[in-house]
Design a protein around this ligand. Structure first.
Ligand SMILES: [Zn+2]
Length: 189
C-alpha cells in the first residue's frame, strides 16, 4: 500500500500490486513530482528498509545510489506505461533493467537480521529490477493496468482473482466515477 495525496489535498491509498511499482510512487517527473519523497540518500535508505525488510542501519547508500534509483524509477515508469499501451520497454530501458537485474540482489539469510548485511544500493536496485523483469516478462504482465479514470495516470498491477480491478483507489477514482454517473442520471431525469 502506498499513501498518496491528490491535487485537492486528499490522502488516498493505492495498492500498487508489486514492489517495483511502489518505487514509481516515490516521486519522479511531471505529475509525480509532487510526491517526491527521495531527496537524500537517507530517504532512500528508509524506503528500502521499510519495503524490503532490511534494518535501516544496515543499508549503505551514497549520493550515486540516489541518482541511480531515480533513473531506475523513470525507466520503470516508462516501461510500465509502454506495456499498458501495447509495446514493451524501449531497447535502452530494457538494457538498463537487465543490467540492474544482473547484479547480486539482497540475499535472504536464516540468521538475524534475515538478510546478508550490509545491503548496498546495487543490491537494492537489483531486487527492484528483478521484480520488474519478472513482472514485465512473466504471466503478470497482462495485469499491468492504468486507472480507468480518464484524468488519472496511476498504474498498478491487478492482483484481484477475477482480474477486474479498474481504479487506482476505490476511495478516490472509483468514488469520483460513482459521483459522475449519479450526476449524469440526475441530468437525464
Ligand atoms: Zn485513479
Amino acid at each position: 500500500m502506498v499513501m498518496l495525496r491528490s491535487p485537492e489535498g486528499v490522502d488516498f491509498e493505492v495498492d500498487s500490486g508489486s514492489l517495483c511499482v511502489d518505487l514509481v510512487y516515490t516521486g519522479g517527473a511531471e505529475e509525480r513530482a509532487r510526491w517526491e519523497t527521495l531527496r537524500t540518500p537517507d530517504d532512500l535508505a528508509v524506503w528500502i528498509a521499510a519495503r524490503m525488510r532490511v534494518p535501516a542501519e544496515h543499508v549503505r547508500l551514497g549520493p550515486r545510489d540516489l541518482v541511480r534509483a531515480k533513473d531506475l524509477r523513470e525507466v520503470l515508469w516508462r516501461s510500465l506505461n509502454r506495456r499498458i499501451d501495447g509495446s514493451g520497454p524501449s531497447p535502452s530501458d530494457a538494457a538498463a533493467l537487465d543490467a540492474a537485474a544482473a547484479r547480486p540482489d539482497i540475499a535472504p539469510q536464516l540468521r538475524s537480521p534475515g538478510v546478508a548485511v550490509p545491503v548496498t544500493g546495487d543490491q537494492a536496485l537489483s531486487t527492484l529490477a528483478r521484480d520488474a523483469v519478472d513482472l514485465l516478462a512473466g504471466p503478470r504482465a497482462p495485469r499491468i493496468k492504468r486507472c480507468a479514470a480518464g484524468d488519472c495516470p496511476l498504474v498498478f498491477v491487478d492482483t484481484s482473482r477475477a482480474g477486474n480491478r479498474r481504479w487506482c483507489s476505490m476511495a478516490r477514482c472509483g468514488n469520483r466515477d460513482k459521483v459522475r454517473a449519479h450526476r449524469r442520471k440526475e441530468m437525464h431525469r
